[in-house]
Ligand binder design. Structure first.
Ligand SMILES: [Zn+2]
Length: 424
């Protein structure tokens, strides 16, 4: 419809120019007469209405004067279930004249789908329009003074990526480095980041975060580069030498995204009393936050143990054990002898035992001796398969160019991937 309006506008301008005897460059554009008439006769108005909390769709439709649209028999392929609509969903109503009743209703059911109801003489026809999103690589860089989120937040404006999407970028970046960095504690003044990620831009101009393509962190003077590669399997991040960033142990057994932002500063202002004999790392998180197995292993015990409260102890390879204390409870199936894999939820943050507030007490022990889980050397990552090496190196070089490309902001697509190109 927008295309039609634009065309009509051009036609009017062209006519005016012709009347003045000027020959505009766009005069060769020939428009079918019917389309122009439709545009000129278009007195329609568009009204937006939002589904309120606790309101049914029928109530919203009634408010707009529609009583005969039956949504109970929609095609199940349409992502619009009238019984499961979230409040805040925006419906658009088009009226042919300001005081007439709507003849077209549309709603963005999902980011990829617009559902349109068009009034036919005695019924409503339903159609689904798919929304096209093009991808555009985007680059930012900056210093990390306090938290990763604040660092990203400072480099991206609302019209480049809204706050919720900036948070997703921060979370994804933290996940990529889950084996290298504990972002709740490891940040030092002077740390730096660079990241290239895909932004998704819809034909309606909305912007979403897509995925991280490459990143580079300088933390305590150490360089950590990550390049995305999907060799037919799940996407994995590799360093410049083609070694996976994955390791046998996560740096922190609680997801960065689940830890309260105030705790990101705990390094400077301890919120939990750290006693002299303390042998682990404490993570403040709200009660019920999932706790993950730091590595593949077997449950040695899962039960109540003195000051630890509810404790899980896992046995891993090479004489390593990990302990998770003060848990509110255990995940299903987590009992002595059970196998667990890295990242699996094994329990939930609580404050059982001797705990000043809800937090996870985590210990990493080698042959019975507690070590600092964030400092322990975890060796090299697995190298990329020989079969994938050449393709990886090509991709790495392209991504490195994007990562190095000044200035920050949208960058020309140098990845050679034009699949998703959308031209207006
Ligand atoms: Zn503790």
């Amino acid at each position: 419809m927008r295309g039609l309006r634009l065309a009509g506008g051009l036609f009017v301008m062209a006519s005016a120019a012709v009347a003045l005897g000027v020959r505009p460059p766009w005069r060769q554009v020939e428009l079918p007469v019917a389309e122009v008439i439709e545009v000129v006769a278009d007195m329609s108005t568009e009204v937006f209405d939002t589904l309120r909390s606790g309101e049914t769709l029928s109530e919203l439709l009634a408010r707009q004067g529609i009583l005969d649209l039956d949504l109970t028999r929609l095609d199940p392929a349409i992502a619009l279930d009238p019984r499961r609509l979230r409040s805040g969903l925006v419906f658009s109503f088009r009226r042919p004249a300001p005081d007439s009743s709507p003849t077209r209703i549309s709603v963005r059911a999902t980011p990829e789908q617009r559902v349109v109801f068009q009034r036919a003489s005695d019924r409503w026809d339903t159609a689904v329009e798919s929304i096209h999103w093009r991808t555009e690589p985007f680059r930012i860089e900056g210093g990390i003074d306090n938290s990763l989120y604040e660092a990203i937040d400072a480099q991206v404006s609302d019209d480049q990526l809204d706050p919720g999407q900036r948070q997703r970028l921060a979370w994804d970046l933290a996940d990529i480095y889950a084996w290298q960095v504990d972002f709740t504690r490891d940040i030092q003044t002077g740390d730096q980041f660079r990241v290239v990620f895909d932004r998704l831009i819809s034909e309606d101009g909305e912007i979403r975060f897509g995925r991280v393509l490459a990143s580079d962190l300088t933390m305590s003077g150490k360089n950590l580069t990550a390049f995305r590669y999907e060799g037919g399997g799940r996407p994995t991040f590799y360093d410049a030498d083609g070694k996976s960033l994955r390791r046998a142990f996560l740096r922190a057994p609680v997801q960065f995204r689940r830890i309260s932002s105030t705790f990101a500063r705990a390094r400077r202002h301890p919120v939990l009393g750290i006693t002299r004999r303390h042998q682990g790392t404490d993570y403040a998180a709200s009660p019920g936050t999932p706790v993950m197995a730091a590595g593949d292993g077997v449950v040695l015990r899962a039960g109540r143990v003195g000051g630890y409260g509810n404790l899980i102890e896992l046995r891993h390879r090479n004489g390593i054990t990990t302990r998770y204390g003060h848990l509110r409870g255990f995940a299903r199936g987590v009992r002595s002898g059970a196998r667990v894999s890295q990242g699996q939820t094994i329990g939930y943050v609580g404050s059982t035992g001797v705990a000043s507030g809800p937090h996870l007490h985590y210990e990493f022990r080698v042959n019975g001796v507690a070590k600092d889980a964030r400092r322990v050397e975890l060796g090299n990552g697995a190298p990329i398969g020989e079969r994938d090496r050449e393709a990886f190196e090509r991709q790495r070089d392209r991504l490195k160019e994007l990562l190095d490309a000044p200035p920050p902001g949208a960058i020309a697509q140098a990845t050679g991937d034009t699949r998703d190109r959308w031209l207006p």
